[in-house]
Design a protein around this ligand. Structure first.
Ligand SMILES: NC(=O)c1ccc[n+]([C@@H]2O[C@H](COP(=O)([O-])OP(=O)(O)OC[C@H]3O[C@@H](n4cnc5c(N)ncnc54)[C@H](O)[C@@H]3O)[C@@H](O)[C@H]2O)c1
Length: 333
């Protein structure tokens, strides 16, 4: 079998995907961006790569085995389905798609092409600090988790006020950012979210082109009885940060702006244990080598297809609850 070859669509964070493939020993043969300036830069910085103007050109190529989709959120679904239908493995940026109909279409495409592998870039699973905490949770150091909380404090209001996010009429802060926290919580709890209820507002971006709430908060019910809360806070006066609290019967973990701590006592005199492992401590292409190993049958991807669907389905149910004003059941795929 010849070595795998990759193509990358979208050269913002997609440039980090290129590094991920190279780290995995995969040759990147084609790049694509609709922006001519990006293409001109890419032809200088990636000599030897074909530089395509349209995603269709790259997706039709028969010398590409795995494709990264790092275009704008509302372009993902069509590109993902086209890639799967063409028998290409897909590493998609989050969110995989924007709504239930698109997620169903991707499920159908995978069912028709069972040899295709799919993963997505919910990169916090590669964070050294969260891996450390995940290991501790699995080893029982926190006892039984019963309540989990996570805030995606975006801290980049300018990206909402100007730029492509404001051009997407149904842009979702939960799909666009909160998704990282939902994926992290599902991974920590090791049980899917089955029911959600959400509220939101639009104070920080009032008057901007951006149409949808910039602040969304939801409660979550997990299948194993754990409950949780997640927030996608795009307008906060806060540096970009992933705030989490995991409450277990034997201990609590918090990732706060002051650092990570493990609390094992109700005694106010006891000093919490600092968790000093690197946070976030990741590059955006770090999930790719593991995904390539999984394609080659040599291991398990850190984010498997089932993980992608569980996380996406929970986010979509949250967006639905925002619209209906009622709790919503999370669909299974
Ligand atoms: N996993 C993460 O942590 C993470 C971080 C940043 C961005 N993202 C995701 O990556 C995607 C891109 O975001 P970004 O920050 O790189 O944006 P960006 O604006 O920096 O870059 C996106 C690039 O894609 C190109 N593009 C857009 N649609 C295209 C299409 N249909 N075909 C070809 N090229 C296209 C644009 O011209 C642009 O150069 C988004 O979906 C975003 O949510 C994920």
């Amino acid at each position: 079998m010849r070595p795998l070859r990759a193509g990358v669509i979208g050269l913002g964070v997609g440039e980090q995907h290129v590094l991920g493939y190279r780290a995995a020993g995969v040759e990147v043969v084609a790049l694509c961006d609709t922006n001519p300036e990006k293409r001109a830069t890419a032809s200088r910085t990636h000599p030897g790569c074909r530089i395509a103007e349209s995603a269709d050109e790259l997706l039709a190529a028969d010398d590409i085995d795995v494709v990264s989709i790092a275009s704008y959120d509302h372009h993902h679904a069509a590109q993902v389905v086209r890639a799967i239908t063409g028998g290409k493995h897909v590493f998609s940026e989050k969110p995989l798609c924007m709504n239930e109909a698109e997620l169903g279409a991707i499920r159908d495409a995978l069912d028709r092409n069972p040899g295709v592998r799919l993963s997505t870039n919910t990169i916090l699973r590669m964070s050294e600090r969260f891996r450390d905490v995940h290991d501790r949770v699995r080893a029982g150091e926190l006892g039984q988790l019963y309540c989990v909380e996570a805030d995606y404090n975006y801290g980049r209001l300018h990206k909402v006020l100007t730029g492509w996010r404001g051009d997407i009429l149904d842009y979702s802060v939960m799909l666009g950012g909160g998704i990282h926290m939902i994926d992290l919580l599902i991974w920590m709890v090791d049980s899917p979210v089955i029911e959600v209820s959400a509220v939101g507002n639009k104070v920080c971006s009032a008057g901007a082109a951006f149409q949808t709430p910039d602040m969304v908060m939801a409660w979550l019910r997990f299948d194993d009885g754990t409950i949780g809360k997640v927030a996608a806070n795009f307008g906060c006066v806060y540096p970009h940060f992933h705030k989490i609290a995991l409450y277990g019967t034997e201990g609590t973990f918090e990732n706060g702006i002051g650092g990570g701590v493990l609390i094992r006592s109700r005694d106010p005199q006891e000093t919490p244990q600092s968790i000093t492992s690197a946070y976030p401590g990741t590059a955006k292409g770090d999930l790719i080598p593991g995904f390539i190993e999984a394609i080659l049958g040599k291991g398990k991807a850190a984010v498997e297809e089932a993980d992608v669907f569980r996380t996406m389905s929970a986010c979509i149910a949250i967006d639905k609850s925002l619209r209906t004003g009622k709790p919503e059941v999370v669909a299974t795929y």
